[in-house]
Design a binder for this molecule. Sequence first.
Ligand SMILES: CC(=O)N[C@H]1[C@@H](OP(=O)(O)OP(=O)(O)OC[C@H]2O[C@@H](n3ccc(=O)[nH]c3=O)[C@H](O)[C@@H]2O)O[C@H](CO)[C@@H](O)[C@@H]1O
Ligand SMILES: C=C(OP(=O)(O)O)C(=O)O
Length: 420
Amino acid sequence: MDSFKINGGNRLNGEVTISGAKNAALPILMAGILTDQKVQITNVPRLNDINTTIKLLEQLGAQVSWDAENTLSITAGSIDQHVASYELVKTMRASILVLGPLLAKFGHAEVSLPGGCAIGARPVDLHIQGLKQMGATIDVEQGYIKAKIDGRLQGATIFMDTVSVTGTENLMMAAALAEGTTVIENAAREPEIVDLADFLNAMGAKVSGAGSDTLTIEGVPSLNGTQHRVMADRIETGTFLVAAAVTQGHVKCLNADPKALDAVLSKLQEAGANITTGDDWIELNMTTRPKAVNVKTAPHPAFPTDMQAQFVTLNVLAEGSAHVTETIFENRFMHVPELQRMGANIALEGNTAITTGVTELNGAQVMATDLRASASLVIAGLVASSETQVDRIYHIDRGYQHIEDKLQALGADITRVKTS
Ligand SMILES: CC(=O)N[C@H]1[C@@H](OP(=O)(O)OP(=O)(O)OC[C@H]2O[C@@H](n3ccc(=O)[nH]c3=O)[C@H](O)[C@@H]2O)O[C@H](CO)[C@@H](O)[C@@H]1O
Ligand SMILES: C=C(OP(=O)(O)O)C(=O)O
């Protein structure tokens, strides 16, 4: 298991190119299952989660190849298996995204229940419920969701009790090939939903309303191959901007999308950052110690839960006290005890972390527990007074392409230590 060694104290300075979004690429690759023809996806980030997705698609029988560093082609016409095994699903919860496409295309899917993870229980009942409303028969047996339908899924009006990103995506993909019209109410509005809808429409689907809370999908009998460029990763962008802010640095994120980051940019400005944007770049310049900012996570367009841990790190180093409230996942504060070991002053009260800024963190050996918690520890290491070792960085490799190379290029002293 690899670790990062970080010697803190360097101001980040320069330009960083943002990769394609993990959370857009994953559903888009799974949507490739919906057509027999070749789809070619560009701006695919090189991540462990993408490798897991490729493995899953190949196990199903699809042909997958890298045409260039970030360009992936999928031909799913050869799929002859319909099972996503526990072995793969346990390493990547987003494997659940094969359920809708497999069922819609082949009338049959078996997907291991993902179970909980470090950040919460994360049930998938809304995925199952929605597909049942579209006529599927679904049983959960021996840890597997076993779904089938005779003929095509049927369009339905589905109200989602809770806003779910992958739930909305699974149902949208299934509805694309259903007979009749599906309406998804209380749908997720995340930019990744819009990217998936754009991809589906390029394949010949009829999806409207993406980005609003009501999606309408007129089912079509078949979809065609196409090309698509994955949107920029807004969470990677936000992570680099926070890293720049806490090191009082000056960083320009290229290939970034400011429109997808309104809530995060406004909190960074409130913290004292000077931010300028163009169509596809965001520049942050921080000349003072950040001011602490209150944050409350909620579905898009509110503040994203995937940026919560990074803002806890910003606040523990900022001037003043702040409340960070997590409303999406019940256990997403695993970074708090690790940051406390580095000298952070944080009190946890229910789903709120109350921070009182300190002027310095001390390096320590800390453990990454999930993807964004890992990012928050790396950021803390960038400013700590002595060496920080972040263990279990396989979590960070799920979601950040070459993060240490990108940070080094900005002036950080960070190295990967390979351990067996
Ligand atoms: C691959 C991907 O895109 N992952 C993102 C996706 O995860 P994911 O799609 O898994 O998260 P959801 O939006 O589904 O979860 C939101 C909330 O709904 C609950 N819920 C969800 C489904 C369900 O059937 N029943 C239910 O109760 C969850 O437990 C959670 O409390 O959105 C999250 C919330 O923005 C992000 O943190 C993840 O990075
Ligand atoms: C929670 C995340 O991802 P996943 O849903 O894949 O676990 C994330 O990207 O922060």
